[in-house]
Write a protein that binds this ligand. Structure first.
Ligand SMILES: [Zn+2]
Length: 321
């Protein structure tokens, strides 16, 4: 066996490979993906007499119910003078692998004296680590709740987080979207749930004010979104406003800005003890749009300036509704 044969040098997509088979193909010795610790540092395994006993790949070991069969090792090894220490080290190195392999019977007839030329040898330990982490991660409850609220089973949240958080340059807006998607944005329902408010009613229409209500279904929000639909020639649904389902990147940013304005007014007016109504809502929106348009004028951001200017120049339409 050549030293460091397993060292990852060209990580490729692991998704196409059968992970269990990939692990079975892994060479035990000198493998950076299989380490024990020495002086608090990870070290790869290397027991030459195990190799002499044809124990080279993980598939040369026997596993039963996610455990390494130690008695099997004793039948294979010719030298067992330091067996307890060695078996302990191998067990430790295989800690995360054993649950994946579960049960495995080595092929007694397989010639294992030559090293296989296997694809998994070029997979880095990072890929295996990522896979193990991925398996342990549970999707946020908020994703299931948003699917239920929107009655939309096929929402791709990975893409949504990227669209609504990852690619939004203004961090305040990205943070706002993150809170919306994880259902941790302040609203009367959440504040009541967190013990910070006495009731979850909306200040504008007395309905339960959760995030969907505050940003979409409240009478004030409806007025604003109907106006946006009219000016931007859209037909915005809750799934567009929360998850940007049918929106392009510019629309996503504009809708985020308007949503943030709705939230900001509620936040400021709540702190001042003032209830919102259609008049102060339109006035607030107009002032915010004006500030944004001026800001984008200074920063030469035509992409956002033009659509917001178009909205600003037509805010009078909302008074007529
Ligand atoms: Zn309301």
């Amino acid at each position: 066996m050549q030293y460091n044969q397993c060292k990852p040098n060209n990580p490729q997509d692991i998704e196409d490979l059968n992970l269990r088979e990939s692990w079975l193909d892994q060479i035990i010795w000198g493998n950076p993906a299989l380490t024990t610790t020495k002086a608090n540092k990870p070290v790869s395994l290397f027991f030459p007499h195990w190799i002499d006993s044809n124990l080279i790949q993980i598939r040369d070991l026997r596993f039963s119910g996610g455990r390494l069969d130690v008695r099997f090792l004793l039948t294979k090894l010719s030298n067992t003078s330091d067996f307890i220490r060695e078996a302990y080290a191998v067990n430790l190195a295989l800690k995360n692998v054993k649950p994946i392999i579960k049960d495995h019977e080595p092929d007694a007839n397989r010639a294992t004296t030559t090293l296989p030329n296997c694809n998994p040898c070029i997979i880095g330990s990072k890929k295996f680590y990522e896979h193990i982490v991925k398996k342990k991660i549970e999707r946020p409850i908020s994703e299931r709740k948003w699917r239920e609220i929107m009655q939309h089973d096929v929402l791709d949240f990975k893409e949504i987080y990227n669209k609504k958080v990852g690619t939004i340059k203004e961090k305040k807006l990205a943070e706002f979207n993150f809170k919306v998607l994880h259902m941790i944005l302040s609203c009367n329902y959440n504040l009541t749930k967190w013990g910070l408010a006495n009731n979850d009613q909306c200040d504008a229409c007395d309905q339960k004010q959760d995030i969907a209500h505050l940003l979409y279904s409240c009478t004030l929000s409806r007025t604003v979104w109907n106006f946006v639909d009219q000016i931007m020639d859209t037909n915005l649904l809750l799934s567009d406003i929360i998850c940007a389902v049918n929106l392009n990147p510019v629309q996503t940013e504009i809708i985020t800005i308007i949503s943030f304005m709705l939230y900001k007014q509620w936040l400021i007016f709540r702190a001042a003890g003032i209830s919102r109504n259609i008049n102060n809502c339109i006035r607030f929106l107009t002032a915010e749009l004006y500030t944004r348009v001026k800001l984008y004028e200074h920063t030469n951001n035509i992409t956002l300036q033009e659509p917001l200017k178009n909205l600003l120049n037509n805010t009078h339409i909302m008074y007529a509704v």
